[in-house]
Design a protein around this ligand. Structure first.
Ligand SMILES: Cc1ncc(COP(=O)(O)O)c(C=O)c1O
Length: 398
């Protein structure tokens, strides 16, 4: 952008985390602890949306600051900055299932080989692979184990059989919060010639991902979790190697180069990452995503991640002191923002009842796979943790 061009709103970084929290009106009288489910909107993103709608109402698609090509490039750059990859490797889509399906239907795998996914994986990274079964490619579930090392052992056992063609993995388990050792996994896959695909919805924005170090072929990830963005926007990463001969099974109005020239019909396709967007995009939501990524990158993705760990560690310590058993008791060294509470040392553990009790107190957690799942993000402060602890005590003393 040259200096004479009108400027998009930038995020003024607040002085402390309390001020960041105040940007989330929901935290005034409630405590949102389901950021790995769906994140609420910040007043900053809402103000950027209002600014955009004002401009769009006056100029339509000729809105001077919010032009679609410009916003798309900024989103690609912001996400490339997060993942340490080229902006050209990033494409914008709508959800993880869509991205993994498009990829899964577009590649070739040899019959007789197997696809590996994680045990109890979220369905978005399971169903899109199922069509391979009728094409002679098997699907196996790798036991997660109780620690990242146990998972590596289980993975190596599977890969040693020699018939694995692809591993599609969520690097953080969506129920237990256990993060996996991606550097080691990437090495194992590379050595065995296994394609590595990531479902990044629970990981990107949450744990450090450096695509300069990890060799993956493809990833799809949602905006509305750790990236604090809108529902119905997601992104894909496709590696430069995989892009070379990649061709999506679908061809839409937006698949060809210079797609605003509608006629004559053409066959020359856009670069691989752009092909995932078949035609007209949900541009309004891109503005919300732009605002969320502006906020996260202005604070610093790494700083945001350490703060998430700091708050989730604080919650975990308080819960252990109250006698709760956490999944992370088995992997204390691994950092995660998702806390799986799976039992109590001396009392009956009924996660549904706790969840309902919390809801009556405007504390929003979730129940997944028999766990009470707690997932804080930067709008959760020490003050919220104190209230959470008090409410847990109140529940235990009922
Ligand atoms: C591991 C994982 N992948 C993907 C998703 C979201 O899937 P989709 O984007 O298809 O709605 C979730 C949502 O909870 C998830 O936990």
């Amino acid at each position: 952008m040259t200096s004479s061009e009108p400027k998009l709103p930038t995020f003024p970084v607040p002085q402390d985390w309390e001020e960041v929290s105040k940007l989330y009106p929901i935290q005034n009288d409630s405590i949102w602890l389901n950021f790995c489910g769906i994140s609420p909107v910040s007043s900053f993103a809402a103000s950027v949306m209002a600014d955009y709608f004002d401009e769009y109402s006056r100029f339509g698609i000729f809105a001077p600051r919010y032009s679609e090509p410009k916003i798309r490039v900024i989103l690609q750059e912001q996400l490339a900055g997060l993942l340490n990859c080229s902006p050209k490797s990033i494409g914008l889509i709508h959800n993880t299932s869509e991205g993994i399906n498009l990829y899964s239907h577009s590649i070739r795998l040899s019959p007789g080989t197997r696809i590996l996914v994680l045990e109890n994986e979220y369905p978005s990274n399971v169903y899109p692979w199922e069509h391979w079964k009728e094409k002679g490619v098997g699907i196996s579930f790798v036991p997660t184990g109780n620690t990242p090392d146990e998972f590596l052992e289980n993975l190596e056992k599977e890969i040693k059989t020699g018939d694995v063609s692809l591993l599609s993995l969520s690097p953080v388990h969506w129920c237990t919060g256990m993060p996996l050792d991606l550097v080691a996994i990437s090495k194992i896959c590379e050595k065995a010639g296994v394609r590595l695909i990531l479902d990044g919805s629970q990981a990107f924005g949450h744990i450090p991902i450096d695509l300069g170090q990890i060799k993956i072929e493809f990833a799809a990830f949602a905006a509305w979790k750790w990236l604090l963005g809108p529902l119905g926007v997601a992104a894909i990463y496709i590696s430069p190697e995989a892009s070379k001969d990649f061709r999506l099974i679908f061809k839409g109005a937006g698949s060809v180069k210079n797609d605003s020239q509608y006629l004559p019909y053409r066959d020359e396709l856009k670069p691989a990452a752009d092909q995932f967007e078949h035609s007209t995009a949900n541009f309004n939501d891109w503005i919300y995503f732009y605002a969320s990524l502006q906020m996260l990158s202005a604070i610093g993705f790494a700083k945001v991640q350490s703060r998430v760990y700091e708050i989730s560690d604080l919650i975990s310590v308080r819960l252990r002191n109250l006698g709760f058993i956490l999944d992370s008791d088995s992997f204390p060294e691994a950092k995660s923002g998702i806390i799986g509470v799976k039992g109590h040392k001396s009392k009956e553990f009924t996660p549904d009842a706790i969840n309902v009790f919390f809801r009556s107190k405007k504390i929003y957690t979730a129940v997944r796979m028999g766990r009470l799942r707690i997932a804080p993000h930067i709008p959760v402060t020490e003050m919220h943790v104190d209230i959470l602890e008090k409410t847990f005590k109140e529940y235990l003393n009922k």
